[in-house]
Design a protein around this ligand. Structure first.
Ligand code: T46
Length: 135
């Protein structure tokens, strides 16, 4: 989908386990200003239901799995994040919904900007109106 991409990170495996290094502007296509993570999501809960105007993010499911429904005015797609070496880049004007969090799952998010509620579009009709001008 336009403005989204899967990123496969390098895994360094040795007899002690796995290590995944993530470097700004090398593995992540922007400067990282903020990091947050989502955890302890109860079964059946869906989060998200919004888009951003400027924000670029990479989502990484560090433990367990989660599904992400991505929408733009041309269609939709569901991506499952189920391993810590897989990142999902989401650019501006992509509607997202996160669901099917497995027990104990942890979703890490690397973001290009500080938290700004004004950057969110939380109404789907407003989203479509603005996004149609961009795609
Ligand atoms: C996104 C998806 C993947 C903060 O105080 N600081 C922060 O940096 C963030 C991200 C949120 N908050 C507060 C705002 C709300 O009171 O945390 C609360 C939950 O936020 P929200 O309902 O937006 O959470 P999600 O899971 O629906 O969405 C989050 C991000 O907000 C969003 O940018 O793309 O994760």
């Amino acid at each position: 989908m336009l403005n989204c991409a899967l990123i496969k990170f390098k895994e360094v495996r040795d007899k002690y386990g796995y290590l995944t290094p993530i470097e700004e502007k090398i593995d992540i296509p922007f400067e990282i200003k903020r990091v947050y993570y989502i955890s302890k999501v109860e079964q059946g809960v869906t989060r998200g239901f919004h888009s951003h105007r400027k924000l670029h993010q990479v989502l990484i499911c560090l433990n367990g799995s989660v599904k992400i429904r991505l929408k733009n005015p041309d269609g939709e797609e569901v991506i499952e994040l189920n391993e810590p070496s897989l990142g999902l880049y989401i650019g501006p004007y992509i509607w997202r919904e996160m669901f099917d969090f497995t027990e104990g799952s942890v979703l890490l998010v690397l973001a290009s900007e500080y938290y700004d509620e004004d950057d969110y579009i939380r109404n789907y009709d407003y989203y479509l109106e603005e996004a149609k001008k961009r795609f």
